[in-house]
Structure formats: structure tokens, C-alpha cells
Write a protein that binds this ligand. Structure first.
Ligand code: UD1
Length: 417
């Protein structure tokens, strides 16, 4: 299994191009199941979760091609299976995104119920509740969600918790339901709006995406189209922290800075210099790094997917920062690894108290999930000596060529097979 080796201490400088957003590409690929026509996608990051989704679509009978140049051609003219098997769902929870499209178009689906994962319980009860409100019958049998319907109809669906994939699943199902569906307390994440844009391109009638209330008027049929995936705001945010933590100077290009407002505002408050352009921004790290509290919330607030990376920065702060995680109940695994590198972090429930001003030292550390791996890389960039990161497959699920991009900015980093 590959490992990543970093020798810390270099200030990173230069320009980095941001790839397409994995979390927008995954629902877009699932949406291809809603039509018999071909969907062409561009700006797809060639990362593991994308290939897993391609395999899942192929197993169901879709002709799915994903190329290294970031294009994908997906055609689900006919399917011979309506199932997402446990073997795939256990490696990628986002497989649940095929549920809504399958029930919407084929009136049936069998999708393995995702179990818990490293960051929390992550239930899918709201996906099922919403489908039932639209007239589907959902049962859990032998670890699988078995859903079927005579035909979906519009419904008013209030989601008690803001859920990204839940909103996406129900929005996709509703595009082919009879009548109007209202999704209330919907997720406003840019990835939801990107999916709505794709669906509109396919002929769906959707309004209100990007707000808490989405209205979908069902249509009889959807058609093929071409769609470009939005840039990855979490990858952009990760490089922003790389600049701040190494006291470097990085231009982060090919992104949408306004989708990162909460992160960039927070970063400015820690003393970094942030210059924002229309499709890029530049971060200059400054001494001292000021310790500032943060709390994760749904978009447009500070994202849970940036919490681990921000914690790495706070280990270098001038005082104490309290980090509060409100989305997932167990998303501080990276803290324990940072402590092994010399950080002073006390975790209690959903809060981590990070005392800054400790010099980190390189160590062998284990990545527990995707964003945790990124945070350990960031810590390794400022640690003295060698840091070895194990279980790099988490990183490969979602970051495209991250070690090459960091090396091009001057990091001493390599992948060791
Ligand atoms: C998505 C993102 C993930 C990000 C997360 C939170 C993708 C593929 N993944 O994950 O990177 O970390 O949003 O922004 O886009 N919940 C319920 N019932 C449900 C569904 C969710 O109670 O049916 C709760 C969860 O326990 C959690 C919260 O809602 O507390 C958010 O979960 P959810 O939005 O579903 O996260 P994902 O969509 O899995």
C-alpha cells in the first residue's frame, strides 16, 4: 500500500489549478440514470470515488466512460440491474445517490444500507422518509434498502436535518414524479445547485436551489445534455491553508472564491492575507498565526470538510482555539494523530481545544478519512523532519494528484509505493 513521505519546513509558493469537485461529480454521474440519452460531463476529477461510481453504473448496465482528461460519457439506455451492492457502498457511501434516480425512472431499487463510518453514524432515514412521502415503499431487508413504487407523486418534504446527499437524492427522484415536490430545509451547498443546473439541462423544472426551499415540478421524461462540473471548493480551501500554515504565498486558480467565503473570512481572521479575484484567489501566510475559534455548520457557514485542515493550522496559532463540529459526531480522529506529532489538543465531545505554539515533529501517522488525510499532510508540511502518512487510499478517494500539486509549489513530498 502506498504511503506519503513529507519533509516539513518549506514555504509553499506559486500557482495551483483546482480540479473539478468530486462531491458535485458523484451526484451528476448518478443523475445519468434518469435518462436513456447520453450525458456528457466535463471537469471530472479522476479520483477513486469517481471510478467506483463508474463501476457501479456499469454493473447496472450503463455504458459509462470516464477519461483522464476529465470528460465522462454516461448512457443508461437500459439497465439489467437496479442494485448497489454492499461491496461498493461500504467503500463509498455516496453510492446511495443512485437510489433516487432508480426509483424515479425505474420505480425500483435495491441499495445496500450504508453502515456507520469513521466520522459518525451517518444515517439515511431522511432519504427514505422523503421517498415514502412521494409514494415509494422502502423496506430494509438483509441489510439492503428495497424501494418500489407504482409511480412517484409530488409531496411537501420537510427535512429535520440539513442533508446534502439527502437533498440531492430527493431532488433527482422528484424530477420524474407527477406534480410538484417542495423540499424544505434543503441543503444550499454549491454541489446541490450544480446538480440542479445539470438536471435543468436535462429538461427538469427546478427552482430555489441554493436556498432552503427547492421546488421541483415533475416532467415525463428527461433528455441528454452536456455539463461542466464546478471546481472543488474543499480542494481550494485545503491549498489556502497550505499557504497559511507554511507562511507561503499561493495563487489558487480556476475556482469560485465566493463559494469559500466562510473559509476565506476565517483565514483572514487568523492573520493570513487573502486577495480575492473573480476565478482565483491568493493567500499569503503571515506570522503570527492568530488562534481563532470556529464552528462547522451547513453551507454557507464553515464546512465540516475543512475542519480537520483548519485544526492543523490552529496547532500553529498564538493562543487557544476552540473548534466545534456540529455536523458529524466523531470527526476528530485526526486530532489524535496530530497529538502524536506534538500538537496540544484536548477533545471533548464535539469540541476540540487546540493550544497553539507547539512545534510539530514528523511522525508516522494514520489517515482515518479523506479530509483527515489532507490535514495530516498540512501538519507534515510544517513539522520538522519526516512525516509518513499511511492509508493513503483515503486521500486518493477525493484529491487529484495532491502530492504532485504540492511538490510543484515547493513541498518536499513524495508517494512511496
Ligand atoms: C455530504 C458530503 C460530505 C460532507 C457532508 C456534510 C458528498 C458526497 N458528501 O455528505 O463530504 O462532509 O455532506 O456537509 O457530497 N443526516 C441524518 N439523516 C439523513 C441524512 C443525514 O440525520 O438521512 C445527518 C447526518 O447524520 C449528519 C448530517 O445530517 O449529521 C449531514 O449529513 P449528510 O448531509 O447526509 O452528509 P452526506 O450527504 O453524507
Amino acid at each position: 500500500m502506498d504511503k506519503i513521505r513529507i519533509v516539513g519546513g518549506n514555504a509553499l509558493a506559486g500557482r495551483v489549478e483546482i480540479s473539478g469537485a468530486k462531491n458535485a461529480a458523484l451526484p451528476a454521474m448518478a443523475a445519468s440514470l434518469l435518462t436513456a440519452d447520453t450525458i456528457h460531463l466535463e471537469n471530472i476529477p479522476y479520483v477513486r470515488d469517481i471510478l467506483t461510481t463508474r463501476n457501479l453504473l456499469r454493473e447496472m448496465g450503463s455504458e459509462a466512460e470516464v477519461r483522464k482528461d476529465g470528460t465522462a460519457t454516461l448512457r443508461a439506455a437500459e439497465l439489467h440491474s437496479f442494485e448497489a451492492p454492499y461491496e461498493l457502498v461500504k467503500t463509498m457511501r455516496a453510492s446511495i445517490l443512485v437510489l433516487g434516480p432508480l426509483v424515479g425512472r425505474f420505480k425500483k431499487a435495491r441499495v445496500s444500507l450504508p453502515g456507520g463510518c469513521a466520522i459518525g453514524a451517518r444515517p439515511v432515514n431522511l432519504h427514505l422518509m422523503g421517498l415514502e412521502r412521494m409514494g415509494a415503499k422502502c423496506e430494509v431487508v438483509h441489510g439492503y434498502i428495497e424501494a418500489s413504487t407504482e409511480g412517484l407523486h409530488g409531496a411537501y418534504i420537510l427535512m429535520e436535518t440539513v442533508t446534502v446527499t439527502g437533498t440531492e437524492n430527493l431532488m433527482m427522484a422528484a424530477t420524474l414524479a407527477e406534480g410538484e415536490t417542495i423540499l424544505d430545509n434543503a441543503a444550499c451547498e454549491p454541489e446541490v445547485s450544480d446538480l440542479a443546473d445539470l438536471l435543468r439541462g436535462m429538461g427538469a423544472q427546478i427552482e430555489g436551489d441554493g436556498t432552503r426551499t427547492i421546488r421541483i415540478s415533475g416532467v415525463r421524461k428527461l433528455r441528454g445534455c452536456r455539463h461542466r462540473i464546478i471546481p472543488d471548493r474543499i480542494e481550494a480551501g485545503t491549498f489556502a491553508i497550505a499557504a497559511a500554515i507554511t507562511r507561503g504565498d499561493i495563487e489558487i486558480a480556476n475556482c469560485r472564491p465566493h463559494q469559500l467565503t466562510a473559509v476565506l473570512t476565517q483565514l483572514s481572521q487568523t492573520g493570513a492575507e487573502v486577495d480575492i479575484g473573480p476565478a482565483s484567489f491568493r493567500v499569503k501566510g503571515r506570522d503570527p498565526v492568530l488562534s481563532r475559534n470556529v464552528t462547522t455548520y451547513p453551507y454557507p457557514a464553515f464546512p465540516t470538510d475543512m475542519q480537520a485542515q483548519y485544526m492543523a493550522l490552529m496547532t500553529q496559532g498564538d493562543g487557544i482555539a476552540v473548534i466545534t463540529e456540529t455536523i458529524f459526531e466523531n470527526r476528530f480522529m485526526h486530532a489524535l494523530e496530530m497529538i502524536r506529532m506534538g500538537a496540544d489538543i484536548a477533545v471533548e465531545g464535539r469540541q476540540a481545544v487546540v493550544k497553539g505554539g507547539r512545534s510539530l515533529t514528523g511522525a508516522r501517522v494514520l489517515a482515518s478519512d479523506l479530509r483527515a488525510s489532507a490535514s495530516l499532510i498540512l501538519a507534515g508540511l510544517v513539522a520538522s523532519g519526516e512525516t509518513w502518512i499511511d492509508r493513503v487510499y483515503h486521500l486518493d478517494r477525493g484529491y487529484f494528484h495532491i502530492e504532485e500539486k504540492l511538490a510543484a509549489l515547493g513541498a518536499n513530498i513524495e508517494r512511496v509505493p
